[in-house]
Design a binder for this molecule. Sequence first.
Ligand SMILES: [Zn+2]
Length: 326
Amino acid sequence: MIYSWQHEQWANLMQMKQAQRLPHALLLYGEEGSGKSEFARSLAASLLCRQPADNGEACGQCDPCRLIAAQTHPDLSILKPVPPEKTKSTRPVLNIRIGLIRQLTTKLTSTSQFEGYRVAIIEGADRLLLQAANAMLKTLEEPGSQTLIILVTSRPYRLPITVRSRCQGLRFPQPGEAVALAWLQSQGAKTPEIALKYAHGAPLVALKQQDETLEQRQLLTRALTAAQNGESSLSYAAKLASLPRHLSLSWLLDWVSDLVRLKNTAGTVSLINEKDRNYLQKIAHKADLKKIFVFHDLIIDYIREESIALNPQLTWENLLISWDSL
Ligand SMILES: [Zn+2]
């Protein structure tokens, strides 16, 4: 599927395809949630499909397309970061290890099953461990004819320069607000403006999060505005403690960045928590910038210490007390 904000990148690649000038290795990079992985899959499908449409998109009907849909196409490999084998950790570090890359390079050097393209997609390519990245260099340089390796990442700077320099980069910026809102509306989003703000402008994240987390975010809003409403914020600590820790702390960081924006900008400034602008303005008015930065560091500390078993309710009590005394 090609999203409405990806037409330019798509048209460029389709021109290259027609002229038989496609590179061997592409690096799709850009903001999280802008649909790079979906684009990579569409590109792979377009190359493997027997009768693509006029705009180059796969037909979805032919044998190769059916195999792609069933995730069994022999000439398409999709790699993702995985946890280490036999890990006991509940939050293991996901990586792409050398074993996976060796399997991939072997596959890419064998003959194509359909006598056409062989395509490999490496998602989360910044998670390639160094050894794995090194094992891939030769294949990236001379992958053989009709082979395309597509690396996808939102953190291209984490890839070794040896890998980056062997790929042709294709950037995926976040779509403009109007385009993203129109798309969210077409997908049936109920509160597209709020969802898009919360997702920092990433439409796919906005769509995914809106139902799951809107209520949870509202809980945080009530806690953070409790003091303004003559309530005790601490009564929310237990409920906040039951939310996914990483998410709820990152939402709190959104509030802090909004405060900093309001403190530092004289004119009108765009906020993540736009709908709570009135509250934020009141808090910004009384808050001390130095305290806001200390509070910011406190949240970062809590985020980093997530592996340590901290009592979540105490964490939130501490955070709410600090928030109220900014
Ligand atoms: Zn097809």
